[in-house]
Design a protein. Structure first.
Length: 570
């Protein structure tokens, strides 16, 4: 079920505020804040997905809405999983969505020295200590949700000993995992995050920005709030899984006595037929289940971009789903409708035959062709018309013909007449079959010259209009049809003995190598988007080469078309 956004009183333009906008407006009206400063803080350990798009639109959108600023800050505190490739891809995605951070590109690593100094300050005030427990022992001592933890045997080290050990940790005297720096909070706290959390761990790893200057790295909880404070972030917006971290976020800031940013949590985006875990998405890439992070079946921003999604549609989708306080799952058709609505307004219409069946118009003069007018986009009169060639030999969609059709099949069949889009009425007179397989390989039809443009002067009607291309003028292409990457609404729900990978859809990609397109598409460029009439919206993939176009289906046409086909029994 879709989650209805939590709303506050109306905005001046008659709309309604989501709960974060209500907080921001109250802060500005009461003087608690005199400005709005947000940030988008991705970890560069993978490519961004559509859930991040929601966060990007929210953080940058709030800043724009209230005349503030939004920083781009990379949480680069785990060098073993991070890469400059991910940094570059994140910046590309944010720009593609239509947002700019100007000169406000920051990194947690910019603040490593200051974070270290603040850690020393906490040690001196008796609020942090060096602990020798192993990771397993730390978990054991932490307790459970129903049982309090117990103090580390190293919790009462003197300030002098802690300062000495912490400096030696920085100097590289100890191996990975030998010691940590922990905050001294409350091992009996009902909030497990407050039970002496780790602030630093030893990790002898090369960092993509700081090189080998550091061998201790701050935890997310330690680095994040202090980075917000250093940048003057007024509203630190994050997803609900960090709600239980907020007391720790506040505790660190209060102990240091520094600028206090306000953490606000919102519901993350969950989408049907999709996984949003970067760890799981990385598994799909590493195991070759997809062709890469930008595989058009992936929910990554680069994958959706390659599939043909527009930044306008992505922003509109994020607007439609709103900002909620409670987790929910959005139906994937909400996303698909956003791109349909956008492409319906802007994508030129063309004709393409994906599974060609040859048609010979026997009463059309051999060696002759003509140009017919076709509307480029009925939703956009300014798009004008184009000319498409018509000749004696055509291709139609194989699915548009049946030799022995059921009662409610209205398209082409022996003795039946249909309309060719923008062209003429044709009637199927005979069928040519492969003598060995019996497969229909060619249709012989006649056309009515009086029906040019698709209307009969005698008023007779036909029940179907089908698309086509001139065989003589058609250009070949490969077309890739995409379905959901997973075959179940919730891929995380699995049967006993199975994993989420067992829910992968084996039919999520269908490659059609012999498609035939109208000749106007010979000038198409990578990224161009079109509506193939009756078939859906398609974009030019970057696998295309001169004379060898490759198209991805972005999204099917509206559900009404599927309902119509079902009603007609086809």
């Amino acid at each position: 079920m879709d989650e209805t956004p939590a709303n506050a009183p109306g905005t001046p333009d008659g709309g309604s505020l989501n709960f974060i906008e209500a907080i921001v407006e109250t802060d500005l009206k009461t003087g608690k804040r005199d400005r709005v400063q947000t940030r988008f803080p991705p970890e560069p350990n993978g490519y961004l997905h559509i859930g991040h798009a929601k966060s990007i639109c929210l953080n940058f959108g709030l800043a724009q809405q209230y005349g503030g600023k939004c920083n781009l800050r990379f949480d680069d505190t785990n060098p073993t999983k991070e890469d400059i490739e991910y940094v570059d891809s994140i910046k590309e995605d944010v720009r593609w969505l239509g947002f700019s951070w100007d000169d406000r590109e920051f990194y947690a690593s910019d603040y490593f020295e200051q974070l270290y100094e603040w850690a020393v300050q906490l040690i001196k005030s008796g609020k942090a200590y060096v602990c020798d427990l192993t990771p397993d022992q730390v978990r054991e001592y932490r307790g459970t949700l129903t049982e309090p933890g117990k103090n580390s045997p190293y919790r009462d080290r003197t300030v002098e000993e802690n300062l000495d050990l912490f400096e030696r940790m920085r100097n590289g005297e100890f191996p990975d995992g030998a010691r940590t720096l922990r905050a001294k909070v409350d091992m009996a706290s009902p909030n497990v995050n407050m039970r002496d959390p780790v602030m630093y761990r030893i990790l002898h790893a090369h960092h993509h920005r700081t090189g080998d200057a550091w061998c201790i790295y701050p935890s997310y909880d330690w680095a994040h709030g202090q980075s917000d404070s250093l940048e003057g972030i007024t509203h630190s917006i994050c997803t609900l899984e960090f709600e239980n971290h907020r007391p720790l976020y506040n505790w660190f800031i209060e102990q240091l006595g520094i600028f206090h940013s306000q953490q606000i949590e919102f519901a993350r985006l969950n989408l049907t037929y999709t996984v949003m875990s970067k760890r799981k998405l990385l598994t799909l890439v590493k195991e070759g289940r997809v062709s890469g992070w930008d595989d058009p079946r992936m929910p990554t921003i680069c994958g959706l971009r390659r599939r043909g999604y527009t930044p306008e549609a992505m922003r509109e989708f994020c607007r439609r789903i709103g900002v909620a306080k409670f987790n929910s799952t959005i139906e994937v058709h909400v996303l698909e409708n956003s791109i349909r609505d956008d492409l319906n307004q802007h994508a030129p219409r063309v004709m393409a035959v994906l599974k060609p069946l040859k048609v010979v118009i026997t009463n059309y003069p051999e060696g002759q062709d003509e140009q017919l007018d076709a509307v480029n986009n009925p939703e956009d009169p300014a798009a004008g018309v184009r000319q498409i060639p018509f000749s004696r030999e055509l291709y139609i969609e194989r699915d548009d013909f049946m030799e022995d059709p059921p009662k409610q099949f209205y398209r082409l069949a022996p003795g039946r007449e249909v309309r060719l889009r923008w062209a003429y009425f044709i009637r199927c007179e005979s069928v040519v079959k492969n003598p060995k397989s019996g497969e229909v390989v060619e249709l012989h039809c006649t056309y009515d010259p009086a029906t040019r443009g698709g209307n009969a002067p005698d008023g007779r009607k036909v029940k179907a209009t089908i698309h086509w291309v001139s065989a003589e003028h058609a250009i070949p292409a490969e077309v890739r049809l995409y379905d959901h990457l997973f075959r179940t609404v919730d891929p995380e729900q699995v049967e006993a003995g199975k994993t989420w990978l067992d829910n992968l859809n084996p039919n999520s990609l269908q490659v059609l190598p012999t498609a035939q397109l109208e000749p106007s598409l010979v000038k198409a460029h990578v990224g161009d988007r079109f509506q193939f009439e009756r078939l859906g919206y398609f974009s030019v993939d970057y696998d295309s080469k001169p004379g060898a176009l490759v198209f991805n289906r972005t999204v099917t046409l509206r559900d009404e078309w599927a309902k119509l086909q079902k009603k007609q029994g086809t």
